[in-house]
Design a protein. Structure first.
Length: 342
């Protein structure tokens, strides 16, 4: 079978051989009893990398965000999220459906952030007509803002505003390590202003599944109870955690390669007649673009015929670089696009 160049998402990454070996060799126990040494080691490592007291392995980013929000707020509470955020758009309404949380979408600025005045204006005053505002959720990198990395200063500014109103701050850091690599900074510096952070192991970091949530001891205690309730209490989960440990040790620095490939792809695409894209906006591993004719199913089909998969919605298409995409692949993709749009 002809090899596909799959740019739909960085979730399609397959665990490298050395990661599989680490999974095979992991020391195991029952994690619901807290007795899996590999899970405990991953949780400690993640907490340390992100500058928090404790960590918790969860099954997915959606479960991590949900367990976090439910630990910070309860039924009838008001939670501020971005109108373009993953939590608001792509988690099947979980926080409302399962948690009874009332999500209010604030309009994300183009870079994925919020202004201080926006946050302040959205906080409900104590009043029987109003749901009490408890949490601000932010996202880094911001997927729908073109994978924009949000710097420590902007994160701090948003978090300080939220804290001044007594809110908790949850950071959906599914791709936080991409942001850290883009800025050449420690992920802990980007996580510092948030009370809780969720990070995906199964995207650019290459694990077959899993996310970690970090925060203080009390928060993680609550999140552990919610994880159990959500069906995420896993037993010999060290097989998953071993992949996570390998990823934190070996897969973070290489994200720079994905960013370089995305940058080169973006500059190449911008040269092709018919493609609408600002390559300077591409800072991490995600590219969104349009075409002058609009994104058609037809374009996706023509690319697929040439062995290239992309993610497309009605008006926008997305390409994501990852461990399975080489620099040589980028040349092939550019060639295929030029042909498909001719
Ligand atoms: C992928 C992603 C998640 C979590 O997705 P899962 O598929 O549930 O792991 C959360 N937030 C953002 C921004 C994401 O890109």
């Amino acid at each position: 079978m002809k090899r596909l160049i799959d740019l739909r998402s960085d979730t399609v990454t397959l665990p490298p051989d050395a990661m599989r070996r680490a999974m095979h060799e992991a020391e195991l126990g029952d994690d619901v009893y807290g007795e899996d040494p590999t899970v405990n080691a991953l949780q400690e490592k993640a907490a340390e990398r992100l500058g928090k007291q404790a960590g918790l392995l969860v099954t997915s980013g959606t479960q991590g965000n949900l367990a976090s929000l439910l630990s910070h707020a309860g039924r009838g509470d008001h939670v501020l999220v971005g109108h373009q955020s993953h939590i608001f758009k792509y988690e099947a309404g979980a926080a409302s459906v399962l948690g009874g949380l009332f999500l209010e979408p604030l309009t994300n600025r183009e870079d994925g952030t919020f202004g201080e005045e926006q946050i302040t204006a959205a906080v409900n005053p104590p009043d029987v007509h109003r749901a009490p505002t408890r949490v601000l959720a932010i996202e880094n990198t911001h997927n729908l803002a073109g994978g924009a990395p949000v710097d420590a200063k902007a994160t701090k500014r948003m978090a300080e505003t939220a804290h001044a109103h007594g809110l908790k701050v949850h950071l959906d850091g599914a791709r936080l390590f991409n942001a850290a690599v883009a800025f050449g900074t420690e992920a802990a510096a980007l996580a510092e202003p948030a009370d809780s952070v969720s990070v995906c192991l199964s995207k650019g970091l290459g694990c077959p599944l899993g996310s970690v949530v970090v925060g203080d001891d009390d928060f993680i205690g609550e999140a552990r109870r919610w994880r159990k309730m959500l069906g995420g209490g896993m037993r010999q989960a060290g097989v998953v955690a071993a992949a996570g440990i390998y990823a934190l040790d070996h897969m973070v620095d290489r994200l720079a390669e994905d960013h370089e490939n995305a940058r080169r792809l973006a500059y190449g695409l911008a040269e092709i007649q018919g493609i609408v894209l600002d390559p300077e906006a591409v800072r991490t591993n995600i590219i969104y673009f349009q075409t002058e004719q609009g994104i058609s199913l037809d374009l996706a089909k023509r690319l697929e015929k040439r062995g290239i998969l992309m993610d497309s919605e009605k008006t926008l298409a997305r390409l994501v670089t990852h461990d399975g995409i080489s620099s040589a692949d980028i040349d092939l993709v550019l060639l295929a696009f030029a042909e498909a749009l001719r």
